[in-house]
Design a protein around this ligand. Structure first.
Ligand code: ADP
Ligand code: MG
Length: 626
């Protein structure tokens, strides 16, 4: 007799992982039994170092084991892959000079790629190994088959652009994970603190990690968290604190023993580890011992560092974080007092001096009740819970930071999805041809706030072919933009009469630098007036050409059928409109166009009568009015 199968867990197959894919550390969490739970390894550690080592001839090593190989095999041990993802070598000049491993340009992908010597590896592949480690950890901790964990919510910095998000997505698919949602890190942090329950709440997220600092101002409105300003520095963080300690102690070692310890890479790495340890101790103790012995080099160094000394060493770095806060508040048109909540994220916010400095800026202590290492992963798990149906009544949407649109033949932009639209979002717009018999239309997809294509970022191009030859203006081309919940864009074009279709999913060439999104917005503001004027001139010229085209087409008819006065008037207006080709005087162009339109009324009427008489070519009337 067969036994019935009991105890099957129905929801396990739907379990969605929440992953904080960090520059220095990554974490994985799940939403279970009504709360987020960060998963740890056998030793109770929740942090997975974001390091992957590729031993020659061996399998890749991830996390703690890879950190141990950093000294041994620096050329094959990759850390900070997140700094490279979705970026080109051009974007990364400064970055590359500081990394011990080799980063080169990939012609094929137009992206930065890592050269391991015997082979090339993409930053996406490196991140995929880290994601795989997160997945394995979850499987081990939850006692599930890793194959059953196929879905994830992944967090990225608020300033990550389409290319960086897309590349992060690709990493996930390499790791066998379907990305249910990409969430920005500050949004995840705000979620972890439950701030999505207070409408109109303004939140500052202060995130000081190992090597990066981000501050974001968020606003919650109608269940949508909007990142209204971001600022930061991709080269500011706890590593600077470690270096400050290391440099001071190395100088003392030189004075005492005459040895330049920092010149030796191994000694340098050892000193850095000791420095980090001392720094961490100073987060909970008044002082800490710095001890370094190297009998071969004749070094026996020991000193006590108290918190006050450490604080003095790190003043300039902490000051810089505050400067960025001030500028983010300024951009968001907020003051420290208008902010409802300040939350601390990132391991380096454990430094008491950092907390005190933030408290002083905002005139009150910041919220640090959730472990700052874990807060982003917890938020990711909550979002996963929402998507998996575990968390009720918590609709949470993200917004698109820049507008998306189509470049027209004249070089202007027709915006289709406006910036700050809640995503997912779809929008449609109608286009037509501008030359008779045109059978193909090229679409340029642009991102940005400027009026002209050339001032925005071009994301991609595609062509709609096979349109049956028709008079200009007759084809009806519907262009649909679909931005999914992860910020990925698909564009569909369809000519309605013939049914021909074409589409594209955007695979941007390379990313924007960190401040570029902000700069693009600032640029748009600064140039708004001039842009609008230029655009108006271009639009007027387009209108002028349309009317001229229609008039020329019916020139013979006009000559034969119009009264001599009307014909003369039309001829004069036509000549005037032809003469202002290239003019940049909006008023002048407008006058000419108005006069030409006025002068062609007689022609339109006459054509109409002709159509009525012949009862055929109503097409010409629509040409004229188009
Ligand atoms: P990331 O988001 O960039 O991956 P984390 O948020 O994990 O970075 O922060 C890592 C940094 O936090 C490191 O510089 C680490 O030394 C620092 N850190 C961790 N714990 C402490 C502590 N107790 N005191 C001071 N700094 C700490
Ligand atoms: Mg982080």
């Amino acid at each position: 007799m067969e036994l019935p199968i009991l105890g099957q867990e129905p929801q396990t197959s739907e379990l969605i992982l929440g992953i904080d894919l960090g520059t220095t550390h990554s974490l994985v969490a799940v939403y279970q039994h009504g709360e987020p739970r960060v998963l740890h390894d056998g030793e109770g550690d929740t942090l997975i170092p974001s390091v992957v080592s590729f031993p020659q001839g061996g399998a890749p090593v991830v996390g703690k084991a890879a950190v141990e190989r950093m000294l041994l095999d620096p050329l094959h041990t990759i850390y900070s892959a997140k700094r490279l993802i979705g970026r080109s070598v051009e974007d990364l000049e400064r970055e590359i000079s500081t990394l011990p491993y080799k980063v080169v340009h990939s012609e094929k992908r137009d992206m930065a790629i890592i050269d391991l010597g015997e082979r090339l590896i993409t930053p996406q592949e490196v991140s995929a190994h880290i994601l795989q480690a997160c997945r394995d950890r979850a499987a081990a901790e939850l006692k599930l088959d890793a194959k059953s964990l196929t879905k994830a919510v992944i967090t990225v910095p608020a300033y990550f652009d389409d290319a960086q998000r897309q590349a992060t997505r690709r990493s996930a698919s390499l790791a066998g994970l379907e990305v249910m949602r990409i969430v920005s890190e500050p949004t995840a942090a705000a979620l972890a603190y439950g701030l999505n329950k207070q409408d109109n709440c303004k939140v500052v997220v202060f995130d000081l990690g190992g090597g990066t600092f981000d501050v974001s101002v968020l606003e919650l409105h109608d269940d949508v968290f909007r990142v209204i300003a971001t600022a930061g520095d991709t080269h500011l963080g706890g590593d600077d604190f470690d270096r400050a300690i290391m440099v001071h102690c190395a100088a003392e070692i030189r004075e005492q023993s005459g040895v330049e310890v920092l010149a030796d890479p191994r000694a340098r790495a050892a000193l850095r580890m000791i420095s980090e340890d001392v720094k961490k101790q100073l987060s909970s103790n008044e002082d800490a011992e710095f001890v370094y012995h190297d009998a071969d080099a004749g070094i026996a160094y020991r000193r006590t560092i108290d918190w006050r000394t450490f604080q003095n060493w790190i003043i300039p770095y902490v000051q810089r974080t505050l400067d960025h806060c001030v500028s983010a508040l300024h951009d968001a048109k907020q003051t420290p007092d208008s902010i409802d909540e300040i939350i601390l994220v990132g391991g380096s916010t454990r430094v008491p001096f950092v907390k005190a400095a933030v408290a002083q800026l905002f005139n009150r202590p910041a919220n640090d009740s959730i472990n700052p290492d874990e807060v982003v992963a917890r938020g990711a798990a909550i979002q996963a819970g929402v998507l998996g149906g575990e968390v009720k009544n918590a609709l949470l949407l993200d917004v698109t930071p820049l507008s998306l649109g189509i470049g027209t033949a004249e070089g202007t932009v027709s915006k289709i999805i406006n910036r700050n639209s809640a995503i997912p979002v779809q929008a449609k717009e109608g286009f037509t041809t501008y030359v008779d018999g045109q059978t193909a239309v090229k679409f340029t997809i642009v991102q940005g706030e400027r009026e002209l294509v050339k001032d925005n970022r071009t994301l991609g191009e595609f062509e709609l072919r096979g349109i049956p030859p028709m008079a200009a203006g007759l084809p009806q081309i519907g262009v649909r933009f679909q931005l999914d919940a992860n910020g990925m864009l698909s564009v569909f074009a369809k000519e309605e009469k013939s049914g021909v279709e074409a589409s594209i999913s955007i695979e941007p060439k390379h990313g924007l630098t960190d401040n570029e999104v902000e700069n693009m917005l600032a640029d748009a503001w600064q140039n708004a007036e001039r842009d609008l004027e230029t655009r108006r001139i271009i639009d007027l010229h387009a209108q002028r050409k349309n009317v001229l085209r229609a008039v020329h087409k019916h020139q013979e008819f006009a000559k034969e059928n119009l009264s001599p006065e009307s014909w003369e008037e039309l001829r004069e207006a036509t000549a005037a409109a032809e003469n202002i080709e290239g003019s940049t005087e909006a008023k002048q162009i407008k006058n000419c166009v108005d006069e030409l339109e006025e002068a062609s009324i007689a022609l339109a009427e006459s054509l109409m009568n002709d159509v009525a008489n012949n009862a055929v070519k109503n097409q010409k009337v629509s040409d004229l009015s188009s």
